[in-house]
Design a protein around this ligand. Structure first.
Ligand SMILES: [Zn+2]
Length: 321
């Protein structure tokens, strides 16, 4: 049963917003585009995991996706999918990459052999990463008053065109293809389920609730990170049909000057971008300039229609997005 749905990370969401708001001619655009590609690729892999999780061998599993937790030493760790059962839990880590992949255990490296060349790309160290996650999760459980429970983990290769080369029995234990995931989970289930029941159903529900409560979404300050100034961003409402900015407001409706598409609430998308890239609060004046509105009263109308909470009076008033 899915207890927590998969969600896009704040880092991915901010990069999506940047793809709309940073001009293509900006010197940072190519790096942004590259990073955006990586992030959305990773997210796609996690989604591929979800499909095979619907074939779970054990209906008792509670599934929590996209968790980000803080261990007792203040270090954050992320789990793509966490499966909870009365006897054990399983951490799944998705790796979405195509090509010939090799887990080099002696060098602690994942290597990708590039097609048509001798070149090898080094892609981090997922084996150590997943060992670290297991350790951090057990610390977290202890700190939050839960009994110690066996934690298994699996690296799941989620790309249809991925192949494993030079594998060893030890690698095969730690890595699997998404298509084989239900079988591997069944194996883990059968091996560990002989063990003791550590968590009653009530405990499981409590654990799942606590995990969701303690989940802390990441917060990525994109403009700071890439050293991009606020005034370099594209302002105005972007056309939902042809991506041209700005749409113009005519008789209360947003109209595209290029393709004539119109929309009543296209400003909401623009305001979401503002929140992702610029800030969580906005003044009337800032909204007016950002949406390129003709007057303070129109700007005020939008702020009121969104029913936002605010603080400060009159000119200093700031609305919480
Ligand atoms: Zn348009």
């Amino acid at each position: 049963m899915i207890k927590k749905q998969r969600e896009k990370s704040h880092k991915l969401l901010t990069h999506e917003a940047a793809m709309r708001r940073v001009p293509k001619s900006h010197p940072k655009y190519p790096i942004l585009e590259q990073e955006h590609g990586k992030l959305s690729y990773g997210h796609k892999g996690e989604e591929a995991l979800d499909y095979f999780l619907t074939y779970l061998p054990n209906d008792n599993y509670l599934i929590l996706n996209s968790l980000r937790l803080e261990d007792p030493k203040g270090r954050y760790f992320q789990i793509d999918s966490l499966l909870l059962a009365p006897t054990h839990c399983i951490i799944l880590d998705s790796k979405y990459m195509s090509g010939k992949l090799e887990f080099d255990e002696s060098a602690n490296q994942l290597l990708r052999h590039l097609p048509g060349s001798e070149d090898i790309e080094k892609i981090g160290d997922p084996l150590s990463q997943i060992t670290r996650q297991r350790h951090q999760l057990s610390l977290w459980l202890e700190k939050n008053g839960f009994p110690s429970i066996p934690i298994a983990s699996l690296i799941v290769l989620t790309h249809n065109n991925a192949a494993l080369i030079r594998t060893t029995p030890s690698i095969n234990k730690k890595v699997t293809f998404h298509t084989n995931l239900p079988n591997r989970l069944k194996e883990i289930d059968e091996n560990i389920s002989k063990g003791n029941i550590v968590l009653s159903n009530k405990d499981l529900q409590k654990l799942s609730k606590t995990l969701i409560k303690k989940h802390t979404p990441d917060h990525f300050r994109l403009l700071n990170n890439y050293n991009i100034a606020e005034n370099e961003l594209i302002t105005g409402v972007i056309c939902i049909n042809c991506s041209t900015a700005p749409m113009l407001r005519k008789r209360g409706v947003w109209c595209c000057q290029r393709c004539s598409a119109y929309s009543k609430d296209a400003h909401l998308e623009a305001i979401r971008d503002y929140k992702l890239l610029i800030g969580e609060t906005i003044s009337n004046k800032e909204l007016r300039s950002y949406l390129r509105l003709p007057s303070a009263s129109v700007s005020s109308k939008y702020l009121i229609s969104m029913g936002l909470k605010f603080e400060g009076s009159f000119k200093n008033r700031r609305y919480f997005l």
